[in-house]
Design a protein around this ligand. Sequence first.
Ligand code: CA2
Length: 144
Amino acid sequence: MTDIVFVLNGPNLNLLGTREPEIYGSTTLADIAAILEQKAGEIGLTVDFRQTNHEGVLVDWLHEAHAAGAKAVLLNAAAYTHTSIALLDAIKAIDVPVIEVHLSDPATREGFRHLSYVGMAAVDEVKGLGANGYAVALEKAAAL
Ligand code: CA2
């Protein structure tokens, strides 16, 4: 096992900070990456921070985290959280613990956000804390 934590972000999160700030806040994904990289350095971890709009790419990256012997994956699969059996299968197929992350709390939003395939296999979750939730999740990863 290495000290690498993969931080994987799904569709539309590249727009963070530019739209719907009342739901997702005004921090950009680049800001979050910078905060996490600094925090990771302080606690002796390395983060590999990525975003894609494509479901299969997230599956490939989960496999890559496994092949790299990553310590953990922080996964904000965005809308694929609620639809993707492929992601559920990938999380179950790898040895790396996955922590589910969301900026908002999907349980307090529309009904279609209440189901989480990611949550069926994740070891932990951080929801509703905005951008700070990523740092909280990194601390959880450090404690695994
Ligand atoms: O709260 C979260 O982190 C979500 O994963 C965000 C997803 C949503 O589908 C999940 O239910 C909860 C949506 C990400 C869209 O990101 C945007 C960012 C800026 C502007 C518009 C969308």
